[in-house]
Design a protein around this ligand. Structure first.
Ligand code: CA
Ligand code: CA
Ligand code: CA
Length: 208
């Protein structure tokens, strides 16, 4: 019996890997939206409540790689929006962590309509797998989406804000420690690294 379950487990991993590589290869070449220095994942920031103007604080140097943001990259095709949050180390380390991209500011003090969040399993939380969603704070809807590591594949049909010719305004990235169980029960704090606000991203759509 043990053997069978072991085989089942490794087959699940193999299928997962194939799914991951096909997702990544399906994405069009990505545009760099924000760059961020390394060695500033030290939680010396606005704790995610602001607009990124707190800046990058590289002293004291951090000990984190999985939460140390280096870049935000995006691309899209007719079907999906692809968002990659790149970090110094792989998204899934030993510590339970997460990352979010916020877009379309809706007011002062870090209020954004579109919040893409990904949560990685690890020490301090009870997740079995990577979990991700789009939380639309303006409509109040939260929709699960696929993520492999910190790369989201977001079906554009889930939100009007991702429609044809849409402009995604003022994207900004945070990373955080993620404790507890699945959203919204878990605790996303402290915020380890933040970025400045990036350029607007205009969806690439063919004209009729
Ligand atoms: Ca680092
Ligand atoms: Ca930073
Ligand atoms: Ca960084």
């Amino acid at each position: 019996m043990k053997r069978v379950s072991k085989l089942g487990f490794s087959m699940a991993i193999a299928v997962g890997l194939v799914a991951a590589s096909s997702l990544v290869s399906a994405a069009p070449a990505q545009k760099t939206i924000v760059e961020d220095p390394i060695n500033d994942a030290n939680a010396l920031n606005d704790q995610g409540t602001g607009d990124g103007s707190f800046g990058n604080n590289e002293t004291p140097a951090d000990v984190s790689s999985v939460t140390d943001i280096t870049a935000l990259k995006m691309s899209n095709d007719a079907k999906n929006l692809y968002i990659s949050i790149e970090t110094e180390g792989p998204a899934q380390g030993t510590q339970g962590v997460g990352a979010r991209v916020r877009m379309n500011p809706d007011g002062p003090g870090g209020s954004y309509c579109l919040v893409f969040e990904v949560f990685q399993p690890g020490a301090g939380n009870a997740l079995d797998n990577t979990e991700a969603h789009l939380r639309d704070t303006c409509t109040g809807e939260t929709t699960p989406v696929e993520a492999v590591g910190n790369m989201f594949t977001v079906p554009r049909k889930i939100s009007k804000a991702l429609g044809k010719g849409a402009v995604l305004k003022a994207p900004q990235v945070n990373t955080f420690i993620y404790l507890g169980s699945s959203f919204p029960a878990g605790i996303a704090a402290p915020v380890m690294d933040t970025t400045t606000v990036g350029d607007d991203y205009k969806m690439v759509d063919k004209k009729k």
